[in-house]
Structure formats: structure tokens, C-alpha cells
Ligand binder design. Structure first.
Ligand code: C2E
Ligand code: MG
Ligand code: MG
Ligand code: MG
Length: 281
């Protein structure tokens, strides 16, 4: 609709109404997904992670996708729908669906002969904080036939604020089941180096912003090398995310980054394409 003869406030109201309407449709869609009434709109994509020295695929990160014809545009970014799910207290149930899909993909990898490829699942703080989380997770792992030794949880620093001890104990228990833990978006949050050393994690994922800074020949301008060295000092493997070009790759090789993820190797792929990718590499 056009409001050529009205003041801009009407445009804003119109935009706001559209945003609210879109959010409502997203929420309805997610609710149907959780009730398993909609098996089309929601799915996972998988992005390969490559070991820099060994040049093999060590695993994939599961990235949630929402694409519904009842929305225009039909594609919804996960940052958008995950925050809608969080605000409306359905992230826990949506998270269980995500875990189920990811474990199923892991099972497909095993069947295909890639029993040692890890599948990493992003876990929202609100999921991790729930008391039932461990029990529900273990149940899904058991029923899907997944091997917990190859399931990775990606958590962010924000969940640790005010909950360090409690979350750290939970991580320890999760690790005792065989799961491994990656700290996602490392460097953007509140963690100090002393707390990282105490945290029950296996790897850190250097945030993309550090990788974006690596563009010049001059290595000294980038912080990433110091972060990599500090993580290694406390026995943590380092994953670089958002690696897009040769210059970044060269830098990360020189500074002994362990694992690389980014468009340079592959964008996130559908299940079908991820299986083709691993067959070819
Ligand atoms: P994240 O976990 O840090 O995921 C990395 C994001 O970077 C993904 O965006 C990925 O597609 C993108 N990416 C990977 N390589 C490159 C690259 O080379 N260049 C650039 N520019 N981007 C790259 P995506 O899929 O849009 O996901 C965004 C965020 O949404 C994720 O950040 C994560 O925080 C959240 N998210 C995605 N899936 C899930 C999920 O299943 N559960 C939860 N709780 N959060 C999720
Ligand atoms: Mg992640
Ligand atoms: Mg990340
Ligand atoms: Mg990120």
C-alpha cells in the first residue's frame, strides 16, 4: 500500500506491522515444526571443518535453516528465528529437534563409512541452563544410535555469565558421556584467559571478526596469532571460523591454527551435498 499523502510515521507503522506479522508467522511455523506438523520448512545445513595440517575433514557444524513459502522473503536467518524462539520460550523444544536431526546426520555419516567425522551442534544458553538438558540429550543420542564421542556441543561465552560454576559442572558431566565442547565466537564475549583455562572445553572457535582482520601481508596487525598461541598453551585446539581467502588460510597455517571452517572450503551444505562433499574429499 502507498501513503504518498501521509507523513512518514505511517510508513514506520506499516513497517512495524509487517515485522510483527512476519515474526508471528515465523513463530507459528516453529510451533508446527516442534509439533512435527511441518517437516518441510525447518532443516539443518552442514558446514565442513578441515584439519589444516592433515587436510582431512574432521567434521561438520550443523546450522539451522528456516525456509517457508508463507514468508516473504521465504528464507529466515537463524540469528532471527533463534532469537524469536528464545523470546517465546520454545528454543528448548526446537533445540531437541535440532539435536535429533544432527544425530541422525551423524548416523548417516557412520553408515557411509565416516564413523570419525564429528557433528557439532549449536546450543543456546537457555537450553544448556535447563536441568533436563543432559537427560534429554543422552536419550536422543541413544535413540538415534549416535556415538557421543563424535557429537560436539558449541556453546557461547554469554551463558557463563553468573553461571560459571554451574555450567562448568554440567560441561564436565557432558564430557564424561563422551561429548566434546567447543567455545563458539571466542573473543567477542566476556571470558578472560584465566577462566578459559578452568573451563571444561576441548576447543575454541575464533570469532570471524579476528579472521576478517587478516588481510595484509603483515602478520603483526592481526590478533589471531596471539589468541591461537594462548589457547595452545592451555591445551585447547583452535578452530578458525569464516575463513574466506588464501591470505587468511596462509596466516592460519603459519600460526598453527588446528582446524578451519569457512567459505574458502565450503559453504554450509544440505545433507545430500555434505555427503557428496565428504565422498570427494
Ligand atoms: P555460528 O555458530 O557462529 O555459525 C557461524 C556462522 O558463520 C554461520 O551463519 C555460517 O553460515 C557463517 N559462515 C561460515 N563460514 C563463513 C564464511 O566464510 N564467511 C561468512 N561471512 N560467514 C560464514 P548462520 O548459519 O547464518 O548462523 C548464524 C548463527 O545462528 C550461528 O553462528 C549461531 O549462533 C546461530 N545458529 C545457527 N544454527 C543454530 C542452531 O541450530 N541452534 C542455535 N542455538 N543457534 C544456531
Ligand atoms: Mg557455531
Ligand atoms: Mg561461531
Ligand atoms: Mg558467529
Amino acid at each position: 500500500t502507498h501513503h504518498q499523502d501521509q507523513t512518514s510515521i505511517y510508513f514506520y507503522q506499516d513497517d512495524l506491522a509487517r515485522v510483527i506479522r512476519r515474526e508471528e508467522i515465523i513463530l507459528q511455523t516453529l510451533r508446527r515444526v516442534i509439533r512435527r506438523e511441518d517437516t518441510q520448512s525447518f532443516f539443518l545445513y552442514f558446514q565442513p571443518k578441515i584439519h589444516l595440517e592433515r587436510k582431512n575433514i574432521v567434521g561438520f557444524e550443523a546450522l539451522a535453516r528456516l525456509n517457508s513459502d508463507s514468508l516473504d522473503p521465504s528464507f529466515v536467518s537463524p540469528t532471527e528465528f533463534i532469537s524469536i524462539a528464545e523470546k517465546n520460550y520454545i528454543i528448548y523444544d526446537l533445540g531437541l529437534i535440532i539435536i535429533e536431526h544432527a544425530c541422525h546426520f551423524h548416523y548417516q555419516l557412520v553408515e557411509r563409512g565416516y564413523a570419525e567425522a564429528r557433528v557439532a551442534i549449536n546450543i543456546s544458553g537457555l537450553q544448556l541452563l535447563r536441568d533436563e538438558f543432559e537427560e534429554d540429550l543422552i536419550k536422543i543420542i541413544a535413540t538415534t544410535g549416535a556415538n557421543p564421542n563424535y557429537i560436539v556441543l558449541e556453546i557461547t561465552e554469554s551463558v557463563l555469565i553468573n553461571n560459571f560454576e554451574r555450567i562448568n559442572d554440567k560441561l564436565e558431566r557432558l564430557k564424561s558421556f563422551g561429548l566434546s565442547i567447543d567455545l563458539d565466537d571466542f573473543g567477542t564475549g566476556f571470558s578472560s584467559f584465566s577462566s578459559i583455562a578452568e573451563l571444561n572445553i576441548d576447543r575454541v572457535k575464533l570469532d570471524q571478526t579476528f579472521i576478517n582482520n587478516i588481510t595484509r601481508i603483515d602478520d603483526s596487525t592481526a590478533l589471531a596469532s596471539n589468541l591461537i598461541a594462548m589457547c595452545h598453551k592451555v591445551g585447547l585446539e583452535v578452530i578458525a571460523e569464516g575463513v574466506e581467502n588464501e591470505a587468511q588460510l596462509g596466516y592460519l597455517e603459519r600460526h598453527k591454527c588446528d582446524i578451519i571452517q569457512g567459505y574458502f572450503f565450503s559453504k554450509p551444505l544440505s545433507v545430500e551435498d555434505a555427503l557428496i562433499y565428504i565422498d570427494r574429499n
